[in-house]
Design a protein around this ligand. Structure first.
Ligand code: NDP
Length: 247
């Protein structure tokens, strides 16, 4: 479970632990939050794995450690991402060329290459062990509608959706199912500021439910896609946005 220290990742880790699974809680550097996630998980046999996914050797080490910690990874949830913050905005008309380069590189290195590398390593273990594994990618609605303030982020999520579809076909003969979810705005600490004032009104107004999504709602969808019953969903990209895209 990559990026499980906080937010959506924490909710997903908790959902798996509540159903009795052992969870390898991965994080990049935020040890305090990672330990809070880890310490709050019900059950036993969970592990903590630290590492920056943008380094290919670290991504490989993360996969190996996770295998050892939980005795074989049957479900990989690719949740970690260099996700938008005011400091990482890069609208083309405003950002310097140097920052444009830096932010694109980081988004691609973490969100695309990092995810691809850890997935490669875990999938090879699944194939070797002959388990009907599951890979669930946390994509984004931004991959479909564009992210004018964060174009590299939107593109990285579109790449993730496409990667998931390629893998779904390539891994089906091994009994491994690969899916993605595409959440709309989801209330995590990282984006809490956006829920205040007028921007909060606008975000809630996107859905006919008049609210934004919760990490627990993303976790519930991931739990289904990771289940034995979801093999036939392989290749799917599941919209999770309270029908916002239909307005
Ligand atoms: P957070 O920013 O709260 O959490 C991001 C997680 O990714 C953390 O665990 C973080 O670890 C980890 N991470 C960040 N950089 C790296 C890196 N270089 N290497 C390894 N791990 C890293 O995000 P959210 O919970 O808000 O979002 C989770 C996922 O859902 C992301 O993929 C995001 O793109 C996606 N999403 C979120 C939406 C939202 O509105 N919240 C909407 C649509 C999609 P650490 O804590 O150690 O930094």
């Amino acid at each position: 479970m990559t990026g499980a220290s906080r937010g959506i990742g924490r909710a997903i880790a908790r959902a798996f632990a509540e159903k009795g699974d052992r969870v390898a809680v991965h994080y990049a550097s935020n040890q305090e939050d990672a330990e809070r996630t880890f310490g709050g998980l019900p059950g036993s046999g969970h592990g903590l794995v630290r590492g920056d996914l943008s380094d290919p050797e670290v991504a490989q080490r993360i996969a190996e450690e996770a295998e050892d910690l939980v005795g074989g990874v049957d479900v990989l949830v690719n949740n970690a991402a260099f996700a938008p913050s005011p400091a990482s905005a890069h609208p083309v008309a405003e950002v310097s060329y140097a920052d444009w380069q830096r932010l694109w590189r980081r988004m691609v290195d973490v969100n695309v290459l990092g995810t691809a590398n850890v997935t490669y390593c875990v999938a090879r273990h699944m194939i070797d062990r002959g388990v009907p594994g599951r890979v669930v990618n946390i994509g984004s609605r931004g991959a479909f509608k564009g992210e004018p303030e964060f174009p590299a982020y939107g593109a990285s999520k579109a790449a993730l959706h496409s990667f998931g579809q390629s893998l779904a076909v390539a891994l089906a003969p091994h009994g491994i199912a690969v899916t993605s979810v595409a959440p709309g705005f989801t209330a995590t600490d990282r984006v809490a500021i956006k829920l205040e004032g007028e921007s909060g009104e606008a975000l809630r107004g996107q859905s006919p439910f008049g609210r934004v999504g919760t990490p627990e709602e993303v976790a519930a969808a991931v739990l289904y896609l990771a289940s034995a019953e979801a093999a036939w969903a392989s290749g799917a990209i599941l919209d999770l946005n309270g029908a916002s895209h239909l307005r």
